[in-house]
Design a protein around this ligand. Structure first.
Ligand code: URP
Ligand code: ZN
Ligand code: ZN
Length: 458
């Protein structure tokens, strides 16, 4: 149905102005100071956005939905995760395909695609996880790129599971360079992690509070240094996922200043949570186990500062949803068995707005750039990340006057807990559209199920 949005304040990564906006179909067709409803198609739906912002649909370039991991499966489906994303203002997701080392890449690609296709309510794409490198894998990776996937994912962590060795890393980067594909990477030195984990467990240090000491900042900075050395030698473009600390960002910036093509991501939990959450008594800390781990509180200021200066390009979530009662508890005897991840796809925008924009740590343009436009540009998401005539009508009409609290009782994610239980939010999407169709209103999913489609990549 055609849609006319009147009286809104349009905010993009670069612009800030009042205008009316008309979408005759899936793309934005007119932006004007005042659009007369009589000039629109008969039956056009009209939304009054007075007092509200209109942002481009937000993009989360780092989520896990179908994820076989650490002896279990992540809890969300594309149905639950996409609804949660939309209610929270995120209209496009990029999921990491994470095959086991024994899986063939093409079979994994088909499996991950089949989980989203016809099920996801929001638009989506994938980073193709490379967990092995041999002749067969290389041929299949070439085929997957031909099918429109323009990014790979490698893990320098998770020894013996998802992690690649240096030979695999080298050849993945060389192939990526040849094909013009960007490589996203989880950077932690897997050997240092494995050795430190073994030492801690042997010393009887088994609780969630020992997760951070098992992978301290230097372990992450070393991983970043390692990746950038390989990127420099191969000429590949890389994207460092979930940097959690000043040391890792500085290592990346040193590489960039040498000419390495690299972008830096931070994820929401590292901006607003610190390691004392993982130290909560009674095993509650397990709710906050993710990798890289939550850091010392002083790191938050450093990460906000890198975001403000735009050294950090994007804010994602690394949404990796595991239940507390039945899944996190798998690690009661050893923190190394707690499934890693914090569910957050629903909360990213409201918490980034509340703790970033409302506190003055970032301005509205940085907010839009980091949570939408930059990801669209880095990953070539055609039609996404901006508000302009011809762009996809993915829009978030945002109410800055809303006040509310986050709770697992009301969230749309499938997990039995929220890492942000009781936290206040100052602002919420009042309407969210994907290609001109209204998908969420005031905290409720209202869209047609399965509306999402695979995003064409440039
Ligand atoms: O703790 C995390 N990050 N879990 C998901 C897998 C990953 O490393 O991205
Ligand atoms: Zn990771
Ligand atoms: Zn991840």
């Amino acid at each position: 149905m055609p849609l006319l949005i009147k009286n809104g304040r349009i905010i993009t990564a670069t612009d800030d102005y009042h205008a009316d906006l008309y979408c005759a179909g899936p793309v934005i067709t007119r932006i004007d100071a005042a659009i007369d409803p009589d000039s629109c198609a008969p039956g056009a739906k009209v939304i009054d956005a007075a007092g509200k912002y209109i942002f481009p649909g937000f993009i989360d370039p780092h989520v896990h939905i179908y994820l076989p991991f650490m002896g279990t499966y992540a809890k969300d489906t594309w149905e639950t995760a996409s609804r949660a994303a939309l209610v929270g203002g995120t209209t496009s997701l990029i999921e990491m395909i994470c095959p086991a080392k024994t899986d063939e890449p093409l079979a994994a690609f088909e499996t991950w695609l089949s989980k989203a296709k016809g099920v996801s309510a929001c638009d989506y794409s994938f980073h193709m996880g490379v967990t092995r490198y041999d002749d067969l894998a290389e041929q299949q990776l070439r085929d997957i790129v031909k099918r429109g996937i323009r990014s790979f994912k490698v893990f320098l962590a998770y020894k013996g599971a998802l992690g690649v060795d240096d030979r695999e890393l080298y050849h993945t980067l060389k192939l990526a360079k040849e094909l013009g594909v960007i490589v996203t990477a989880h950077c932690e030195n897997e050997t240092l992690v494995a050795e430190r984990q073994a030492e801690l467990l042997a010393a009887g240090k088994t609780g969630p509070e020992w997760h951070e000491p098992s992978r301290p900042v230097r372990v992450e900075a070393e991983g970043v240094h390692h990746l950038l050395s390989f990127a420099e030698l191969t000429g590949a473009e890389v994207y460092i996922v979930h940097t959690s600390c000043d040391e890792a960002v500085n290592e990346a910036l040193r590489g960039i200043s040498r000419g390495v093509r690299a972008s830096i991501e931070v994820v929401l939990p590292h901006l607003i949570l610190d390691k004392t959450s993982a130290e909560k008594p009674g095993f509650e800390g397990a709710k906050y186990i993710m990798s890289p781990p939550l850091r010392d509180r002083h790191q938050q200021d450093r990460m906000w500062s890198h975001l403000r200066s735009r050294a950090v390009a994007t804010v994602a979530t690394d949404h990796a949803p595991f239940d507390f009662e039945t899944q996190k508890t798998m690690g009661r005897d050893a923190f190394t068995k707690i499934p890693n991840g914090i569910p957050s796809v629903e909360d990213r925008i409201n918490l980034l707005y509340t703790h970033g924009v409302c506190t003055g740590r970032i301005d509205l343009h940085t907010f839009v750039d980091a949570a939408s436009s930059r990801a669209a540009r880095i990953f070539g998401l055609k039609g996404k990340g901006t508000i302009a005539v011809g762009a996809d009508a993915d829009l978030v009409i945002y109410d800055p006057a809303f006040r509310g609290k986050i709770s697992a009782r009301t969230h749309h994610m499938a997990t039995d807990y929220s890492a942000f239980e009781g936290w206040e939010i100052k602002g919420r999407p009042s309407a969210v559209t994907v290609r001109g169709v209204i998908m969420a209103r005031d905290g409720q999913f209202v869209g047609p199920p399965g509306h999402g489609r695979l995003i064409p990549r440039e």
